[in-house]
Design a protein around this ligand. Structure first.
Ligand code: NAP
Length: 279
């Protein structure tokens, strides 16, 4: 099948959940996929031969979005091997659980450093490579929490709101260079997300403890009873096959309804509904 943007893909955060499913799906469609993990090791020559011979091309590189050096090393590696990067899918992210009052600056920064500044760092490294070829596609994995903030995940929601704003602004900036930018907004999905949730230090003896505990319990239950990332993979595939992908696509029937309600209802009512969901 003709590859609209080219066949070299970088999937950041491909060791688990959505990123892993996206990377595997693309490799099975004959894309040359470079996935990343903080825990991966940079490949050696013999690994490359093995990857090239094993059918679907999926190679893991070491990358931490909080380390500029690791991003540059991975991007340069792909540029040297493939001559460029055609598609970038940014998946890294984790949830920070805690009330706004209980969250320290350092904890809030840690959340933004991965979910927002991390993706900014990756985009800054990849955009010059895409501009060289005057084409490319960037897909950022946001969240429905980037449209409708969730209590006790206010900083997670804020990091996704920031990501939404940056992505939307960047879309207009890079369009003249032939580069498309889009976002996916998944709802609760069964991945490694639940286990990687970080709880703020002060949540243990918090004045919010009772409602915090029941809210987080509800979130965990919803995530773990959510679907696997099939809908996210399908959405990414559609974007990759579109010369003009939408700015954002909400994934999941309930989330589509919530996104619609957010547009049409007064904010007071939306906040009330969300607070009832997580009370
Ligand atoms: N699951 C949900 O219910 C849900 C709902 C809406 C949105 N999302 C969003 O979907 C995206 C994917 O999450 P997921 O659900 O697939 O969770 P996941 O299974 O925990 O996967 C997260 C991925 O991000 C990578 N990662 C984390 N911190 C990183 C860092 N500092 N540098 C580089 N990579 C990092 C992890 O790789 P390593 O740990 O190997 O480095 C892993 O591959 C996230 O942005 C999340 O906010 C999830």
């Amino acid at each position: 099948m003709n590859k609209l943007y080219g066949d070299v893909v970088l999937v950041v955060g491909a060791s688990s959940g959505m990123g892993k499913a996206i990377a595997e799906a693309l490799a099975s469609e004959d894309y040359k996929v470079y996935g990343t993990s903080r825990k991966a090791e940079m490949p050696k020559e013999q690994d490359e031969i093995a990857a090239a011979q094993s059918g679907g091309f999926l190679k893991m590189l070491q990358l931490d979005v909080c380390s500029q050096e690791s991003i540059e090393r991975a991007v340069n590696f792909i540029k040297e091997k493939e001559g460029g990067i055609d598609i970038l899918v940014n998946c890294p992210g984790f949830a920070l659980a805690g009330s706004v009052e209980d969250t320290s600056f350092e904890e809030a920064f840690m959340e933004f450093n991965t979910n927002f500044f991390g993706i900014h760092r990756v985009c800054r490294s990849v955009l010059p490579v895409m501009r060289e070829k005057s084409k490319g596609l960037i897909i950022n994995i946001s969240s429905t929490a980037g449209l409708i903030p969730v209590p006790f995940q206010s900083f997670y929601s804020a990091s996704k709101f920031a990501l939404e704003a940056m992505t939307e602004g960047m879309r207009s900036e890079v369009k003249p260079f032939g580069i498309n930018v889009a976002m996916v907004e998944p709802g609760d999905t069964k991945t490694g997300f639940t286990n990687s949730r970080v709880f703020v230090k002060d949540s243990k003896d918090s004045a919010y403890k009772n409602v915090f505990d029941s809210s987080i319990e509800r979130m965990i239950k919803d995530e773990q009873s959510g679907p696997p990332p099939v809908g996210v993979v399908k959405t990414v595939m559609r974007m990759i096959n579109s010369s003009n992908p939408p700015v954002r696509v909400v994934v999941g029937p309930i989330n589509k309804v919530l996104a619609f309600l957010k547009r049409v209802l007064p904010s007071r009512l939306v906040v009330y509904i969300v607070s009832k969901l997580y009370a």
